[in-house]
Design a protein. Sequence first.
Length: 452
Amino acid sequence: MEVTKPLSRRTFLAGAAATGAVLAADSILPTQSHAAPANAPVNITYWYPWGGDSKTYEENRAKTFNATHSDIHATGLYVPPDSGVTSGKLLSAIAAGNPPDLVVVNISAAAAELGYQGGLVDLAPYLKTVGWSPSEMVPGVLPLMQYGSKIWALPETGNLTYFYWNRTLFKNAGLDPNKPPTTLAEVDAYAKKLTTYDSKGNFKTFGFIPWAWDGADPWIWPWIFGANFTKTVNGKVMLTLNDPATIRAMNYLASYSKEYGVSKLQSAVSSFGGVFSPSDPFISGIAGMMVGSDYHTEALRTYNPKLDYMVTTLPIAPGGRTNATEFSVNIYMVPTGSKHPLEAVQFAMWAGNGSAVIGNENIWHTFAGYKQPASAPKNIWQQRGDPVYKVTEKLLQSQNTTNGPLLPISAQLNNEMQTAEQSVYYLKSSPQAALTDLQNRLQPLLDKALHQ
């Protein structure tokens, strides 16, 4: 599908919470399925957010489903942006009693935001009807689905986070091109060897910028260092934004500004082209290492197929997690007022699984959120024994995956956490000061949202 991961991680519109006020109890329609005439298929409508080639992909997926399922007919509608989630269109449709039966969105935190507002159907009873079990799922996907005893989402396809290195630059720097760094201490040492300057002192090549590419996500570095983002005390959900591991992570980010200069790093990052651009510094061969997603592989194939690179798992921080990664998963949700929630669940389970997602995996190196049996069809990377996809398969088994905190205030929390991190790595604030301020301001908002 369309590559919108940075948006889905960090810029979910905070105004959605205000729009949710329209979800008054008397405006909510019943959520039971409406019976169709005998022998007639149940017609469901779903909204999706992707255009271009991905729109064609989605249309073909619905056609395939309809050709192979006589009891349900699915009609997809392209609703930009973000299937109406960030614009308020979806909440307005729910409040008016005329929502789609199903929505798929490229914002992992959307289920938390909408579910806690009363905008989503609990899928648990419908999943029980179809015989679903949590054991069917990839472990890192379950937190995106389950909220207490309720299930508000099902996975479509997902991305995860790798560590990339340029083997040509490794050779030029006298490093073994087949041995990537496994610890952050090694990353730092390699970065120095990979960084070169022109006669004016500007970067010719640079080894590593930890907050560039997917390293810009506000949760990945605290997670690598071993942080937890919440804890429950006497039944109350408490933010733990100033966890000592998060402070260590921010100090690590700031160490690069101190080592290489704030202005030089700011200038380097501001000159980056888009992820899908030949001027991207990793694609163009200027950057030695990066934290990136699986979808970067398609950008590399498109703009610099001769680049000699490889991926591995994220390096280990002192006291941190091994095989740490962050999932970003497109999710299906059933809005409150859906007329056919059972059929919506059945379509979503088919559309996010097996052969229905292989076309997506073949392009983006993505994965299904459902465990695949040995007899399941294989994508082209599995068929070829692709070493990059082997890293994906390894990380899918990891217990150290995160989606960031999934809370009713996720939108504001993500944005403000990123701002706090920027203030630290650009040396405008200390980690303790930035995080304590954030903790003190956002905990009352969470208390209010959760009525605790």
